[in-house]
Design a protein around this ligand. Structure first.
Ligand SMILES: Cc1cc2nc3c(=O)[nH]c(=O)nc-3n(C[C@H](O)[C@H](O)[C@H](O)COP(=O)(O)O)c2cc1C
Length: 293
């Protein structure tokens, strides 16, 4: 088998940047020449990206993925640290959407950015379902209502609660009891035709991954955060919907509707669309709880 990384010796100045940057110690200098050993290489592409002379190429990854950043993003168009700080601080969870459709070209950028979110062990295990079909959104709401009914039946049944407590699930039951009014409100909302689940958003991104793969929840969360930031830069609003993750555990019809295989689990859900209103001010939050040691 060919080595994954090809070193163009005419261009390589043996500067050692790739040696410093490689998380898997795949490079070393032997007889004043750069040598690659792919035993532990996990295809992060950092060596190619860092090389000041473009002396490295990957034999199997597409060359067009390694275009110069400066050609797409001149340094003058980078947000400054201050601008980025304020841009992120201005992002709010959006729960009122306009009827305007999200353009395909924007959706394709949001789908694409997922590939560039970090994944533990570079597992690249995040999968996505993009829901835009009204019938499926309605069906997800119906099945969520069934999940809530099931949950409320359980929490209202002293017999079942007694047995659950026996299996030392006391803390979970306390939490579930506290959640009862919220779930009741959502169920009543469904019955009154209110959308307390997806808030009328036209697009739902459902992030899922193989249950037994590498840190699937962390990786899905990273991907969703990337999507959210880019979405807001395109003028969209968004909101994470943890409720659906919860309902999917109570009602298997939900992953079925989304064609998510039983090997996989939903780890994050993000609704997207053009906001009906724009937030005008920043908001107040608790101070960061931080220690400097
Ligand atoms: C993991 C997670 C799950 C969430 N689930 C929901 C949800 O199901 N429904 C909802 O309306 N908001 C949901 N939110 C949004 C939070 O309620 C929101 O972040 C919080 O109210 C603060 O508002 P902000 O995002 O505008 O700062 C979720 C947020 C996170 C991080």
């Amino acid at each position: 088998m060919k080595q994954k990384i090809l070193i163009l010796e005419d261009l390589c100045t043996v500067c050692g940047h790739c040696i410093e940057i490689c998380p898997r110690d795949s490079f070393q200098i032997v007889d004043e020449k750069l040598v690659f050993d792919g035993t532990f290489c996990h295809d992060c592409g950092h060596c190619i990206s860092i090389c000041p002379n473009q002396a490295l190429t990957h034999q199997y990854l597409p060359k067009e993925d390694f275009l110069l950043i400066s050609e797409s993003l001149p340094s003058s168009s980078f947000l400054s640290g201050e601008q980025m700080y304020f841009a992120l601080k201005a992002i709010r969870s959006t729960r009122a959407y306009s009827k305007k459709k999200v353009e395909k070209v924007i959706l394709s950028k949001l789908v694409d950015i997922i590939r560039f979110a970090p994944t533990g062990h570079h597992a690249q295990n995040v999968e996505l379902v993009v829901v835009q079909t009204e019938e499926i959104i309605e069906a997800l709401k119906r099945e969520s209502a069934k999940a809530i009914e099931k949950f409320l039946k359980f929490i209202n049944n002293p017999f079942l609660l007694f047995f659950a407590k026996l299996f030392s699930k006391g803390a979970q039951i306390k939490k579930a009891k506290q959640a009862k009014p919220r779930f009741t409100r959502m169920l009543n909302g469904f019955q009154e035709g209110k959308d307390y689940l997806f808030h009328g958003a036209p697009v739902i991104f459902v992030f899922h991954a193989k249950k037994n793969s590498t840190v699937p929840a962390d990786n899905c969360n990273q991907a969703a955060a990337y999507v959210r930031i880019v979405a807001h830069a395109f003028g969209l609003g968004s909101c994470f919907i943890g409720y659906l993750i919860h309902y999917a555990k109570y009602n298997k019809k939900i992953p079925e509707l989304l064609k998510i295989p039983p090997t996989n689990e939903i780890f994050q859900v993000l609704i997207l669309g053009y906001p009906k209103y724009r937030f005008k001010t920043f908001v107040s939050r608790k101070p960061s709880k931080v220690d400097f040691v």
